[in-house]
Design a protein around this ligand. Structure first.
Ligand code: NDP
Length: 286
């Protein structure tokens, strides 16, 4: 056996993680609020713990995969004394500030804390496409790393415990915006009977070709070089037309209105000739 790991939480993700750790040779103990979910894991060779305390006492590394920040604190705080001196890897999705709060709480109780963010769905766990981001205590990462590397590609983002989740949330923000853009396009095209599939193929081709252009924008944003490029004025007209066209089809233009507002702000403050990508400067809440 490679080592002892307890997995707290056997939802879709916790189950996939427990199975992978067990299959790769770790001695696993599992706990779940709804006890029945431990049965298939016990049948497959894990030890089922009746209480969280029992689960924590059984292993050196504790992996928590609960629902959210509140469920982590509700369940782990009563077990703080038992967690003392152990490595706690929290893979539950939380915001960066929540991760920092949990790290502070852990430090106060002598718990070595690593925060994680899972960039994968349960089916991907254990495969090369699964990326898991970690941040927090370096020693916790060093200790847990061999086990964490069995779950997918492990990437350590530094000692700031909130960093992994910040990156996760930034990437998810870009992802949701992309899909939302497709929903908007499909809603417009289906007003004339074009299928969602047909629009999907068009969006994949058009947006797919443009996606690498992000790197070009990145270089300009990095140098805050907004002197050339497509102007605010031009883009404001273009986006205005998109909003009008959506409404003409009886489709909401909510997806684009915030961008139109940012462009209006730039115009109102005398920056109508600047590169439109300067909208990024309008995003920071002052
Ligand atoms: P599920 O809904 O399948 O499972 C939720 C788990 O949390 C269950 O074990 C549930 O226990 C437990 N739980 C919920 N509330 C409480 C509570 N108050 N006290 C104790 N246990 C509680 O979710 P997933 O497994 O899919 O997700 C788990 C975490 O992983 C989430 O933070 C999610 O954001 C993250 N994640 C999930 C991904 C996915 O694709 N599924 C992708 C990336 C991250 P019970 O069985 O008793 O209800």
């Amino acid at each position: 056996p490679k080592g002892t790991i307890s997995i707290l939480g056997l939802g879709a993700m916790g189950s996939a993680i427990a199975a992978r750790l067990r299959d790769t040779g770790y001695t696993t103990t599992v706990w779940n609020r709804t006890t029945a979910k431990t049965a298939p894991h016990a049948a497959a060779g894990s030890t089922a713990a009746a209480t969280i305390t029992e689960a924590v006492q059984a292993s050196d590394i504790i992996v928590a995969v609960l629902l959210d920040h509140a469920s982590i604190h509700a369940n782990l705080e009563p077990a703080a004394a038992d967690l003392k001196g152990k490595v706690l890897v929290n893979l539950t999705t939380t915001t960066p500030n929540e991760a920092k709060t949990t790290a502070t709480w852990a430090a106060e109780h002598g718990i070595t804390y690593l925060d994680g963010a899972i960039m994968a769905i349960p089916e991907m766990i254990g495969g090369p496409a699964a990326r898991l981001l970690y941040s927090g205590d370096e020693n916790a990462y060093a200790i847990a790393r061999p086990a964490l590397e069995t779950l997918g590609t492990a990437e350590y983002e530094g000692t700031d415990p909130g960093r992994a989740s910040l990156k996760d949330m930034a990437l998810l923000t870009a992802m949701y915006s992309m899909f939302n853009g497709y929903f908007q396009a499909a809603a417009m095209m289906r007003t004339v009977g074009v299928s969602a599939e047909a629009t999907a193929q068009e969006v994949i081709a058009y947006n797919g070709a443009l996606l690498p252009h992000i790197a070009h924008y990145a270089a300009l944003i990095e140098h805050r070089d907004y002197s050339a490029g497509q102007s605010v004025d031009f883009t404001r007209t273009a986006v205005g037309s998109l909003i009008t066209a959506a409404r003409e089809q009886g489709v909401s233009a909510d997806a684009l209105e915030p961008l139109a507002r940012r462009l209006d702000e730039l115009t109102a403050t005398g920056r109508s000739t600047a590169d439109w990508i300067s909208v990024i400067e309008q995003l920071t809440i002052k």
